[in-house]
Design a binder for this molecule. Structure first.
Ligand SMILES: C[S@@+](CC[C@H](N)C(=O)[O-])C[C@H]1O[C@@H](n2cnc3c(N)ncnc32)[C@H](O)[C@@H]1O
Length: 287
């Protein structure tokens, strides 16, 4: 089966049926979550400071859910109404916009502290929208130029995508550069067929210092078992990093939970649990 972006324009491919299938697939959920955590790590935001992020091609909110969990405020854009509809149903916290990123963003300059994009950029290289207005290079140029302006200086954007050739990588990186970005490519597990992942790590005004981060390493010519080891190793490294940065998911307080329940009731949600004296109690520490 060929890659989705070769089959149909995105808003057609992600119609009602595919959008549901995609969102409910546990393997997809796991992969999107893993890549979102990695993108956040590459964003390298200062710990314990609030940040407003842009999720480019947010889809049904699988990546957005991780942003919620990690305590970020975010806005998401996507071209597929069916995907956004599911994101709304799933009550993600981010503000959602129906938009073709190939036409560029209209956000105020410097609006975002960072941007992520998971499994989207390859769509700009292939099937266009159902109303194509210009060629992939023109669409990429509009996308990168307006993204650069929407980000504050300094900051970063991390875009995971699936290139199928070096020419595609060359085209994307050269246009990003022309739009004013620094940075480069981070390739994780370059020698594993399954685990290999490509992240375009873009810097605005130096991206908050430092060089392009190194990709995660794996063994050459891995077989199935070794891919399993990579998965385990990735999870272990992620947990270690989260522990080190002190960014464990916080236990929500009583006030936060009551406010959220009130919001759901106002929105007409039916099965909101009643408030009780146990709502939002502190997690017990066991020594
Ligand atoms: C594989 S899904 C990823 C969704 C989301 N990032 C996640 O973590 O689940 C790719 C998404 O890119 C969106 N997309 C593709 N081309 C787009 C475009 N030109 N403008 C906006 N969104 C686009 C699709 O509609 C789809 O929701």
């Amino acid at each position: 089966m060929s890659r989705p972006e070769l089959q149909a324009p995105p808003e057609i491919y992600y119609g009602d049926t595919e959008a549901k299938k995609y969102t409910n697939n546990t393997r997809v959920q796991q992969i999107q979550a893993d890549m979102t955590y990695r993108a956040l790590e590459l964003l390298n935001l200062p710990p314990d400071e609030p940040a407003f992020l842009l999720d480019i091609g947010c889809g049904s909110g699988l990546s957005g859910e991780i942003l919620d969990e990690e305590g970020y405020i975010w806005a998401g854009v996507d071209i597929a109404p069916s995907m956004l509809e599911i994101a709304l149903e799933r009550e993600v916290e981010g503000d959602l916009f129906l938009q073709d990123i190939g036409q560029g963003f209209g956000f105020r300059p410097g609006s975002f502290d960072g941007a992520i994009s998971i499994s989207v950029l390859q769509w700009l290289l292939n099937a266009e929208t159902s109303h194509p207005t210009s060629s992939p290079p023109h669409r990429l140029m509009r996308f990168f130029t307006t993204l650069h302006s929407a980000l504050r200086n300094p900051s970063r954007a991390v875009l995971q995508f699936y290139p199928t050739s070096d020419d595609q990588i060359q085209l994307i990186t050269s246009i990003a550069q022309k739009a004013g970005f620094g940075g480069g490519l981070v390739v994780d597990y370059p020698n594993s067929k399954k685990a290999r992942k490509v992240y375009l790590c873009l810097f605005v005004g130096g991206g908050g210092g430092a060089q392009v981060p190194k990709g995660l390493e794996g063994e050459e010519g891995m077989d199935e078992d070794e891919d399993e080891k990579v998965k385990f190793e990735k999870r272990r490294q992620r947990e270690l990093r989260r522990e080190k940065s002190g960014k464990r998911k916080e236990v929500k307080g009583r006030d936060w939970i009551l406010k959220k329940k009130e919001l759901y009731r106002r929105r007409g949600k039916e099965d909101v649990p009643r408030d009780s004296k146990y709502t939002g109690r502190k997690r017990k520490t066991i020594f």
